[in-house]
Write a protein that binds this ligand. Structure first.
Ligand code: 5AD
Ligand code: SF4
Length: 463
């Protein structure tokens, strides 16, 4: 009986999405069919996140649910990969003993082998095979996955430039789940992006825990340019790539060489995700974030001097242990004054083996909820105001595919990373097309294609 339909469910960050894509590509390369429909799957892999307890509980709940399906059909395979597998390890089997695969963050490239071993053993019709647990460190693992090669074309692609993290933010589990910082060689990254470009990729997002620290130990500065800036220059020169983004940078090492890139590199989008975490110096210090809010703001000011139309997004944690009303007021003030266009707001969650773990979780749920709500309201107002300023304006939109709803509706993004929904045509997918915005919400821009002056091929399109 063939067992080749795999469904991958991804929790967490863009790094995880990229890892899931890479696993999917490898599985397809081995003859598996990676499907979008959970119900038809013979194998379900959960690629998990540990950054907050809630993210782990969601995946555990899902895995528990899948166990019921496994009890009805013992050949059905369930695996947990990624951060939670790394964080909880063998202990996952205490509560989920029938889990077939537990695969850590440095072992994604081993998934196809482990899966085929599991299937072979199952088909041997013997007793239920032992669960496969593979969590070992593999210091070279940043080089083991060439995510996209030989796989289906992608208009926008995430490219991992490094793995792991050497910072010691007091709240963060990532150094535990993702290991020490390791950079991929520049040539390998450039080669991967060149190949993507020839297959139709127009937009690249360079991914790393702290991208601007890329290669800081492995590669020298050249002309006072950091290895990350050198990499950006190389990526910028690749024909076919029209837009470049990166995530996430850290204020540490966000120096003038990087700020100057916004002047010299037209492909570098005017969108920056720049985690602030808190607006209180006291809390930043307690979080072991080595910058002051003044320093953080001065970087944003410098970037906006070069690119006044920059869109800036951030991460904030509310309710870190010891955060008082006064501390939060500083966060609120700076959050409002900076005027973020986008933000991910998190309520503090205690993580095991972090330096903040012994501090417990003294800020009450209600306080966290309130602080979160205050920031959400500011954000919604800011985001709407920014979008309203775009009404009647024209910007190039990179079309990514059909929208979830609506006949002939397609979705794309501006350089500022705003989501755009427009009536369009399949032939525009993968193209940069001017759109005039007519209606906006805080999250989405709606409008019409501007067809005058567009290449003749596009003019021929009848909508
Ligand atoms: N609790 C809440 N939010 C957290 N983050 C990281 N660790 C925690 C935690 N323990 C947030 C940070 C980080 C983002 C990816 O998740 O804001 O930038
Ligand atoms: Fe991504 Fe961090 Fe969550 Fe791991 S723990 S999936 S690195 S956000």
């Amino acid at each position: 009986m063939p067992m080749n339909r795999v469904y991958i469910k991804t929790y967490g960050c863009q790094m995880n999405e990229r890892d899931s894509n890479a696993v999917a590509a490898m599985l397809r390369g081995k003859g598996y069919s990676v499907i979008d429909n959970e119900q038809d799957a013979d194998v379900i892999l959960l690629n998990t996140c540990s950054v907050r307890d809630q993210a782990e509980q969601k995946a555990i709940g899902k895995a528990g649910h899948l166990m019921k399906r496994k009890h009805k059909n013992p050949n059905f395979i369930v695996g947990v990969m990624g951060c939670m597998a790394q964080n909880r390890g063998e202990a996952l089997l205490d509560s989920l003993p029938d889990l077939d695969l537990v695969i850590g963050t440095q072992k994604f490239h081993r998934v196809p082998d482990h899966l085929s071993n599991m299937i072979d053993t199952m088909q041997g019709q013997g007793p239920r095979p032992e669960s496969i647990v593979d969590l070992a460190e593999e210091l070279d693992s940043q080089n083991t996955i060439k995510a996209h090669l030989n796989d289906k074309p992608q208009i926008t692609a995430f490219v991992s430039i490094m793995q792991g993290c050497n910072m010691k933010c007091a709240y963060c589990i990532v150094p535990k789940t993702r290991g020490v910082e390791r950079a991929r060689p520049m040539e390998a990254i450039v080669e991967e992006i060149e190949e993507l470009a020839t297959k139709g990729t127009r937009e690249i997002t360079l991914l790393g825990q702290i991208v601007n620290q890329y290669g800081i130990r492995e590669f020298p500065f050249v002309d006072k340019k950091s290895p990350f800036v050198q990499l950006l220059e190389k990526v910028h020169a690749i024909e076919g790539i029209e837009r470049i983004r990166f995530t996430s940078p850290h204020p540490i090492g966000f120096k003038d060489d990087l700020i100057k890139c916004y002047a010299s590199m037209p492909k570098l989008c005017e969108y920056l995700h720049f985690p602030m975490q808190s607006g209180s110096d006291r809390i930043l210090k307690a979080m072991r974030r080595p910058y002051s809010i003044e320093k953080f703001r001065s970087i944003i000011d410098k970037i906006r001097m070069v690119r006044p139309d920059m869109y800036i997004s951030t991460d904030i944690i509310v309710g870190f242990p010891g955060e008082t009303d006064e501390d939060f007021e500083l966060t609120r003030k700076h959050f409002e004054e900076i005027g973020f266009d986008m933000a991910y707001l998190f309520k503090y969650s205690v993580r095991p083996d972090t330096t903040a773990e012994p501090l417990g979780d003294p800020v009450t749920k209600a306080q966290k909820e309130h602080r979160n709500q205050v920031l959400l309201e500011i954000l919604a107002k800011n985001s709407l105001k920014r979008n309203e300023s775009l009404v009647d304006k024209i910007e190039n939109v990179l079309f990514e595919g059909p929208a979830k709803k609506g006949e002939d509706m397609f979705v794309g993004r501006t350089r500022g990373n705003r989501v755009v929904i427009v009536k369009a045509n399949q032939r525009l997918v993968g193209q940069l097309v001017p759109v005039r915005f007519s209606r906006v919400t805080a999250n989405t821009l709606y409008g019409d294609l501007v067809l005058e002056g567009v290449e003749s091929e596009m003019e021929a399109i009848t909508l």
